[in-house]
Design a protein around this ligand. Structure first.
Ligand code: ATP
Ligand code: MG
Length: 416
């Protein structure tokens, strides 16, 4: 074979596409009930949007971005996540002039140069949401409530919610100092990446996956012990609202997330229904990012969830059931093709899903195809029917047969 996909990306072909459509349809329905509207941003942006937004010392920016110069020598990047683009679009389109809060969702491909494995790809798909314009912790709780509704609607079980607060520019410096102090005495345990970046961004160590950095985490100073009064109150109210919403959660004081823009609330959702890659969704508050990108001071909160993992789960649980067609139109001889073409068109204009033979196959093999296609009815047109202005029909569920006059065609099937 001459051409294959590049490593870590995949085609999504029928019938699996029907599962993707199902996940998308459920997401759109749930988001609508929470007042979210869809936003579509480009998958390609100036590199600086991501380096500034996600942070220079994050894994994503240091190791995972698809970055290349365009023909004019500008550095462009395929989006590794959605938030930075949505924030840019929010400012560029002056969406902040609309009444707050403004709530958006997006879905589409993201690109990260990672080691491909089950549940982890280089082109993967996320569904994400962003709510701009309020720092009310009830919005954070509403977001998690919506996420739970979505995952439940998809039938995902074994959900665990972990939450944390990672403070704000007031309390972060004090914590950073404490953390840097703790880490500087344990430098020989840091991996090479963290050794390089711990002074600039010690929080990264807490998000590092290397076992030696992980082992340092347990004893490390905890950010929730360093929160300023405002952040403490915010976190308390957030947890209170989660209880009101009936969401069971645990506090994970070591969760900082892999992106620098987060402030205060962070959260991750895992599912025991998934294998090794069990993270379903993650997100948090990013109250400084709109300002950082040159917009007005605007608090915001959001999350993203990985679609591949949802689709895999749905497929394991329910299997793949693409919707069948309504009618398969069989012809007894090439001379009838034009007439059939016209009748098929008429059925389709009435909204029916209709297939016909294109290969000049025998009636037997056409009927086999009709069965396979999941059609409810087969229509059969022969010379005799043509002369009498009728079409034969067969109900495939029970084999019952009859005739229908051509002029009654769409109506007959619409009523069934
Ligand atoms: P991880 O710790 O698993 O690398 P992450 O912190 O990089 O996750 P986020 O950037 O928060 O993940 O993305 C949100 C969700 O997107 C994840 O919970 C996961 O479901 C999904 N996801 C992230 N990276 C990939 C990938 N390479 N392939 C498939 N899904 C992914
Ligand atoms: Mg990652």
């Amino acid at each position: 074979m001459k051409f294959r996909t590049i490593k870590g990306v995949q085609d999504i072909t029928p019938p699996e596409t029907s599962l993707w459509q199902k996940v998308e349809a459920i997401a759109r329905r749930v988001f609508r009930t929470y007042g979210y509207s869809e936003i579509r941003t480009p998958i390609i942006e100036f590199t600086e949007l991501f380096t500034r937004g996600i942070g220079e010392t994050t894994d994503i920016v240091e190791k995972e971005m698809y970055t290349f110069p365009d023909r004019a020598g500008r550095s462009l990047t395929l989006r590794p996540e959605g938030t930075a683009s949505v924030v840019r679009a929010y400012i560029q389109n002056a969406l902040h002039t609309l009444p707050a809060p403004q709530k958006f969702y997006y879905l589409g491909p993201m690109f990260r140069y990672e080691r491909p494995q089950k549940g982890r790809y280089r082109q993967f798909h996320q569904i994400g949401v962003e709510a701009f314009g309020t720092d009310n912790p009830m919005m954070d709780a509403e977001l998690l409530d919506m996420l739970r509704s979505l995952l439940e609607a998809l039938g995902m079980g074994g959900l665990a919610f972990e939450v944390n607060s990672i403070g704000c520019p007031q309390c972060r410096p004090g914590y950073r100092e404490a953390l840097t102090g703790y880490l500087s005495g344990r430098r020989d345990h840091l991996c090479n990446d963290c050794l390089r970046r711990y002074e600039k961004n010690p929080l990264r160590v807490l998000d590092c996956k290397s076992p030696s950095c992980q082992s340092l985490k347990q004893e490390a100073p905890r950010i929730i012990d360093h929160l300023c009064d405002d952040c403490k109150e915010h976190f308390e109210r957030f947890r209170g609202y989660l209880k009101t919403a009936g969401i069971d959660f645990t506090i994970n004081p070591l969760m900082v997330r892999g992106l620098d823009y987060y402030t205060r609330t962070t959260f991750e959702v895992t599912s025991s229904d998934l294998g090794a890659q069990n993270a379903v969704a993650a997100g948090g508050r990013y109250d400084g990012l709109v300002r950082e990108f040159g917009g007005p001071d605007t608090p915001a909160v959001g999350f993203a969830l990985g679609m591949e993992r949802l689709v895999t789960l749905l497929s394991d649980r329910e299997g793949v059931h693409p919707p069948g067609i309504d009618v398969f139109f069989a012809i007894l001889g090439e001379g009838l093709r034009e007439r059939a073409f016209r009748l098929v068109k008429r059925l389709r204009s009435a909204g029916l899903s209709v297939e016909m033979d294109f290969l000049g196959s025998s009636l037997k093999s056409q009927m086999r195809r009709a069965d396979k296609s999941g059609a409810r009815y087969a229509l059969i047109l022969g010379e005799d029917e043509l002369e009498r202005g009728v079409v034969k029909y067969k109900r495939l569920s029970d084999g019952s047969q009859g005739e229908v006059r051509e002029e009654e065609l769409p109506g007959f099937f619409l009523g069934l």
